[in-house]
Design a protein around this ligand. Structure first.
Ligand code: HEC
Length: 141
């Protein structure tokens, strides 16, 4: 009987059903400005993604793994824009959530080395960037 609870807990954690804040009492507190998340996390990762695309890739296991890691940084950055009071309005929240969801799909595509799935998800991810940028990014940038 004792074993049932931990097993259930593991299943719940894997299903994401246990509170996202169950992180040992650590409270996330923002350190970076959003334009720095963009400049230092999102942009370098997107530069990698773009370079592969322009070269007709990613191709080969190593490039797919790098693409996976790059997109994972974009997903993390987008999640950070949703945390600790950064959300400003609906387009912000919606755009960031689109980036997170489509970015996860792109990660899956990269994991599977599925060129079409990856490309399609990246397109959806970029739409998420635009949803937020249309309202929140200055036009001259
Ligand atoms: C939740 C809103 C939001 C989302 C989603 C978002 N951005 Fe941004 N982005 C911003 C804001 C805010 C700025 C800063 C605008 C400013 O300071 O004028 C910015 C700025 C940028 C910049 C300029 C950074 C600099 O200062 O050098 C780049 C590049 C950028 N974003 C890329 C992206 C890409 C690519 C995506 C999608 C993968 C994305 N952003 C998704 C809000 C967002």
């Amino acid at each position: 009987m004792k074993r049932i609870l931990p097993a259930c807990t593991l299943v719940l954690v894997m299903a994401g059903a246990v509170g996202a804040n169950d992180d040992g009492g650590f409270a996330y507190k923002k350190a970076a400005a959003v334009n720095h998340l963009m400049e230092y996390m999102v942009k370098p990762s997107m530069d990698t993604v773009k370079a592969y695309r322009e070269a007709g890739g990613p191709s080969g296991k190593e490039e797919w793994q790098t693409a996976f890691g790059a997109v994972s940084m974009v997903v993390e950055a987008a999640q950070l824009t949703l945390m600790d009071g950064r959300v400003k309005d609906d387009p912000w929240k919606q755009g960031a959530e689109e980036v997170v969801a489509a970015g996860r799909d792109a990660m899956l595509g990269a994991y599977r080395m599925d060129t079409d799935g990856y490309a399609k998800a990246l397109k959806a991810m970029s739409a998420g960037c635009k949803t937020c940028h249309d309202v929140h990014k200055k036009k001259d940038e």
